[in-house]
Design a protein around this ligand. Structure first.
Ligand code: NAD
Length: 357
């Protein structure tokens, strides 16, 4: 029997609540499936560790993660620690250190969940957002000078490299090709940003020549927000920069019902390093400890993890169980229900146990 080494980093806020639920569901799934096991190692990395030791993770944290097959991540962020400290102390060093350059964000409306868009239901909105995850606006380039003085300056430099853009474009075209509609939209802002973004467009054009079977178009990021709301059926696979896709995928999550159902995978497609799977949402300060965090985003990201590990049948079983529970109306308050995290988790476990082979 195969056994996968999983690093679990629940992190802060509702992170531990949804990761605990996910590990429980994965345990039931592994027992039900019988073909694989999960060897889970938990890490206490996060804001509590920062308060105790001054660092969110140890210096060799990224090295420690390299011996795992995959990483399951909750969320990071606490009200008393600046957000740039938490993000740059944990999640970004992991993504950059393990070269997880492709951030994949599937969005679709699950059965039983209502979109805020009138007349749009399950099947009308089925997207995969591919986010460049290693450079762009989040490369960390920039600085501050003359702090506190009237002439203080702060720069935030977006970095686009040919190698970085080529690999994410190729990944996005491949993703589009693997889906039935073979349709890709390249998001840009090359009207206002005339260097990196123009190079981004040119490289999209070049890479497209390798994929004659993929239909693609280009869209300015501002117009893209309108298209996502007004004409969701016209979209399928979407590729955007680190910042643009970060924003667009929160909108996508909301259009699919809630951030609580939005999963993501930070992939190193070369498989030289472990990939990291997490819900898109953050620590959810307003609902932490209330037992009502929606675990569906984390369940879905766990299905993506299983798929990545080669356990596609189990991934499918997990998603069918999640869909069955959503369709039965066992929903947390963020998607209009009154169920708790525990009730949704138990229902999903039960649906897995009851599933036919
Ligand atoms: N990947 C990450 O770790 C990540 C991502 C985003 C934000 N953050 C951090 O999280 C903290 C809070 O950020 P925020 O409030 O902007 O975003 P958030 O995602 O934590 O919350 C936004 C809203 O969505 C709701 N929500 C989120 N997840 C939910 C779930 N599973 N079930 C039900 N409702 C859910 C919250 O209750 C809140 O009203 C900040 O410190 C921020 O930096 C971390």
């Amino acid at each position: 029997m195969k056994s996968y080494r999983i690093a679990s980093i629940p992190g802060d806020g509702i992170g531990p609540e949804v990761i605990e639920a996910t590990l429980e569901v994965l345990g039931v799934l592994a027992t039900r499936d019988g073909g694989f096991g999960l060897d889970v190692t938990g890490f206490d990395w996060g804001s509590e560790r920062y308060r105790r030791t001054g660092a969110l993770m140890p210096k060799d944290g990224v090295e420690q993660l390299k011996r795992f097959d995959a990483i399951l991540f909750g969320a990071v962020g606490a009200p008393d620690v600046p957000d740039h400290v938490t993000l740059w102390g944990l999640r970004l060093p992991i993504c950059q250190g393990l070269d997880q350059y492709a951030n994949v964000r599937p969005t679709r409306i699950l059965p039983g969940i209502a979109s805020p868009l009138a007349g749009i239901g399950a099947g009308d909105l089925d997207w995969v957002i591919v986010r460049e995850n290693s450079e762009g606006e989040y490369s960390g380039h920039g600085g501050r000078a003359h702090r506190g003085l009237p002439l203080e300056v702060g720069t935030e430099v977006a970095i686009f490299t040919r190698a970085g853009v080529e690999r994410i474009m190729r990944f996005a075209f491949e993703t589009a090709r693997s889906r039935p509609r073979k349709l890709l939209t390249v998001v840009t802002k090359s009207n206002a940003q005339r260097h990196g973004m123009v190079m981004w467009d040119e490289i999209a054009e070049e890479v497209s020549a390798e994929f004659p079977d993929v239909t693609w178009d280009k869209m300015l990021v501002d117009a893209m927000t309108v298209r996502m709301v007004k004409n969701p059926r016209s979209l399928d696979t979407i590729v955007a920069t680190n910042l643009h896709a970060d924003i667009l995928s929160d909108l996508a999550g909301a259009l699919a019902g809630s951030l609580g159902v939005a999963p993501t995978a930070n992939l190193d497609p070369t498989r030289r390093n472990p990939s990291m799977f997490e819900p898109i949402h953050g620590s959810g300060f307003d609902i932490t400890g209330k037992g009502i965090a929606n675990p569906v985003a984390s369940f879905w990201t766990a299905a993506m993890m299983l798929e990545h590990l080669g356990e596609a049948a189990s991934a499918g079983r997990l998603m069918r169980a999640v869909e069955k529970v959503c369709a039965a109306g066992i929903l947390t308050p963020d998607v209009g229900g009154s169920a708790t995290t525990r009730e949704v988790t138990e229902a999903v476990c039960e649906a897995i146990r009851a599933a036919n082979a």
